[in-house]
Design a protein around this ligand. Structure first.
Ligand code: PSV
Ligand code: MN
Length: 388
């Protein structure tokens, strides 16, 4: 039996990065819903993220998306974030909203458009120098919609060449993380569809290129924890984009659709030594809260990651290894499921209180004045929305 007291030091070190875009309005291709109190500036997004951190103690950094979060003075933005108790994290590039990129960006057959996409990434790296960010996250919408539309092999060659030019600009302590997704917006093929393709490109680039795993970017039924185990084994897991999904890339609150899957992923994270102060894996959320309150949604997500981490830490590793070695299938499965079914909510509430945090951060937010205040204050101006 592993006790909660034994696992609490490991929980202490947990840090989850919030996406700035989670606080803006978002929706589907049918409708973007406007919510009261939604930020109009990156400063207001950071203020909302800082509130999540204040109530949970779990979210010390905010990821920026360029150009959505472009400002004139990134050092001032960093100072503003620090004044609210958070820091600026990963810089996400964006090559999916410019007409020029309709047929591709880093893979485009036109060298001029390819160079434009490379230059955008170089701008992102310049921003990273000013924000002190470690990671450049690249997700490409590149792909094709029809068989024969383009030569998929040449696109891989062009992608490798473009990525090499971006990678060459990174500082010694900066990294490139390449996200894969097997569908959307392209529907026939995407140029980085799976972890293997991302792995192949990042291996070719070098040690500071790693794979980003977005939990919503797999075919239904994919064993994501296997991918986690394999990438950790290969030393190539750079970051997570956590969210959950029922059908496509739904970007629902983490753990909402399948808490057991989140548990299994975190079991492999811990098994692979990727939890703790020395971990080089970035734990980020990538979410859109379309119909629910955004700040409460983010709080719920980070708490769900914490709760499943606690349960995964409760796995009795020694007993599990013994059962595995002896070939006792049912015993091994029981040991894992015992940890999964352990209700850690009361222990976590007490643990939070002992650290001066609210026992129930979701309720604390609901009962606080923050939402009422931003609803009243944030009138006029233009609300940010997904893509703005
Ligand atoms: C693509 O679906 C993605 O997951 C990438 O991480 C983008 O950066 C993000 O969504 C934009 O919201
Ligand atoms: Mn993502």
């Amino acid at each position: 039996m592993v006790t909660f007291t034994e696992i609490s030091p490991a929980l202490q070190a947990q840090a989850i990065e919030l996406p700035s875009w989670a606080f803006g309005n978002s929706g589907t291709r049918f409708k973007v819903f406007a919510h009261p109190g939604v930020p109009r500036t990156i400063q207001e997004k950071i203020a909302d993220a800082a509130k999540v951190n204040e109530l949970t103690g779990l979210a010390p950094t905010v990821a920026l998306h360029i150009p959505w979060d472009r400002v004139d003075d990134y050092e001032a933005l960093g100072r503003y974030a620090r004044s609210l108790g958070v820091g600026l994290g990963t810089i996400n590039s964006n090559t999916f909203q410019d007409n020029d990129y309709m047929l591709g960006s880093l893979t485009h057959s036109d060298p001029g458009i390819r160079q434009k996409a490379i230059d955008h990434h170089l701008e992102c790296i310049d921003i990273m120098h000013q924000t002190g960010s470690r990671d450049l996250k690249i997700w490409l919408a590149d792909g094709t919609n029809y068989p024969g539309q383009d030569d998929i092999r040449s696109r891989q060659d062009r992608l490798a060449d473009s990525l090499a030019k971006v990678y060459a600009r990174l500082g010694d302590d900066q990294r490139l993380v390449l996200e894969y997704k097997f569908f959307e917006p392209a529907v026939y093929h995407t140029d980085v569809p799976d972890w293997g393709t991302s792995y192949a490109h990042t291996v070719a680039l070098g040690d500071r290129a790693l794979v980003c795993l977005d939990t919503g970017h797999h075919a239904p039924g994919t064993n994501i924890e296997f991918i986690v185990a394999q990438l950790l084994r290969l030393g190539k897991l750079g970051s997570f984009d956590f969210n959950s999904r029922f059908y496509a890339d739904d970007d629902l609150m983490v753990g909402a659709a399948d808490p057991f899957q989140l548990f299994r992923i975190l079991v492999e994270v811990i098994r692979g030594g990727a939890l703790g102060p020395d971990s080089t894996v970035a734990f980020m959320l990538d979410q859109c809260h379309n119909i629910e309150n955004k700040i409460r949604g983010q709080i719920r997500s980070v708490l769900n990651v914490q709760e499943m981490t606690a349960r995964a830490l409760l796995v009795d590793r020694e007993a599990l290894s013994a059962a595995q070695r002896s070939g006792d299938v049912l015993e091994a499965n029981d040991i894992l499921m015992d940890a999964f079914y352990t209700d850690v909510r009361a222990d976590l509430a007490a643990w939070r209180e002992s650290r001066g945090l609210p026992a129930n951060p979701v309720a604390a937010y609901r009962d606080s004045d923050y939402q009422r205040r931003i609803d009243a204050e944030r009138v006029g101006g233009t609300q940010t929305s997904w893509g703005a």
